[in-house]
Design a protein around this ligand. Structure first.
Ligand SMILES: *Cc1c(COP(=O)(O)O)cnc(C)c1O
Length: 359
């Protein structure tokens, strides 16, 4: 074998495995807090189970990776590691992240500036103003990019924004949960930090919570390691094992779900009860004609698709997002759907009857 680069499918399958003769093919679930001798303590030194997952996600993202207890634990660790004074953040983005930044604003730790992430010039203007305002200048500013956004699937011009931020010495963080490690390469685009709610596509089976942060910057990595040690949001052993097991099939799951989602989006776009539709990868956001009540009835009347809040699993899920106070600014009729691995015709029959029965 030459040293040509392996494809994501191969990395996902081969990463994080023991290599010695007689060892198991999969890194086992290490149930240990304490180790004999110099190896130490799990919170400070990690475990082989975490490392197997981290090595594989890091290889997919092209950086080093650290795992956390959840996506939000990862987001919190990033903020505490970078210690920004001003965070420029998309006004439409994951509601948990905006709640975290809101709490830190209330605590006097930082301030936020909200932008429309699809409006590249608006974002550049905001980071320039933030740099002039922050007493630490560019070092006090973080550009927080989420793309595609939850729940509206807005897309950032990732490469351009990372380039413009870097040219000004401003660090970028990318929440790449919806793109997954196979749908985007933020570090290659120049991002300083990329993170995932591994709860979603990486785990892929709605049975675990985990967060993953990747970077190429040694100082940022050291700061993240320090935050994991002192804040203590370590992943569970079973969760890390299951996340790697899920990751093995991520590339083919993502590809298959994306293909189904593209077909469903085409059919939704032609449906008279649907006002608009957007699809990126396995995610679809569509606006049901008739507003919140009709959309609620649509979501409640499916038989194959599960009405549920999370996403990225083998099973299709959907929900109306505007019911959450944190998403009160999105269209009341917007339904966010995560497409799983069921047959496209069964899913379409389910959607069609849900739309027909809800008028
Ligand atoms: C779910 C989600 C998170 C938070 O991850 P948890 O694992 O639920 O803590 C962060 N960002 C996005 C885009 C998400 O969808």
């Amino acid at each position: 074998m030459t040293d040509r680069e392996l494809s994501p499918r191969t990395i996902a399958v081969t990463g994080g495995r023991p290599t010695g003769s007689g060892e198991p093919l999969n890194t086992p679930i290490v149930l240990a807090s304490n180790y004999r001798g110099e190896t130490g303590y799990s919170r400070t030194h990690g475990t082989d189970t975490w490392r197997a997952l981290e090595d594989t996600v890091g290889a997919l993202e092209g950086g080093r990776c650290l795992s956390f207890a959840s996506g939000m634990a990862a987001a919190s660790a990033i903020v505490h590691a970078l210690r920004p004074q001003i965070v420029v953040v998309p006004s439409v983005s994951y509601l948990g992240v905006r709640a975290l930044l809101g709490d830190l604003t209330d605590a006097g730790t930082l301030t936020t500036v909200e932008v429309t992430i699809e409006n590249t010039l608006d974002v550049i203007g905001a980071i320039e103003r933030a740099e002039r305002t922050a007493s630490r200048g560019a070092d006090g500013v973080v550009l927080w990019i989420e793309t595609p956004t939850n729940p509206t699937l807005d897309e950032a011009d990732l490469a351009r924004l990372c380039r413009e931020a870097k040219a000004r010495g401003i660090r970028t963080v990318v929440d790449s949960t919806f793109a997954s490690p196979v749908g985007a390469q933020p570090l290659a685009d120049g991002a300083d930090v990329v993170f995932h709610s591994g709860t979603k596509f990486i785990g892929g089976h709605s049975d675990l919570m985990i967060g993953l942060v990747c970077t190429n910057d040694d100082a940022v990595m050291a700061a993240l390691e320090r935050v994991r040690v002192v804040h203590g949001a370590t992943p569970g052993s079973l969760e890390a094992f299951l996340a790697l097991r899920g990751l093995r099939t991520l590339p083919i799951r993502y590809e298959a779900s994306s293909r189904t989602a593209a077909e469903l989006a085409t059919r939704l776009g032609a449906h008279p009860n649907v006002e608009s539709v957007r699809q990126i990868g396995p995610m679809i956001s569509f606006v049901v004609a008739g507003g919140a009540d009709v959309a609620d009835r649509v979501c409640a009347s499916s038989r194959v698709i599960v009405e549920a809040t999370s996403l990225g699993g083998v099973e299709s899920t959907w929900e109306r997002r505007n019911k959450y106070p944190g998403d009160a600014h999105v269209n009341p009729g917007l339904v966010r759907m995560s497409v799983g691995l069921e047959s496209v015709d069964d899913l379409w029959a389910d959607i069609e009857s849900a739309l027909a029965n809800s008028r």
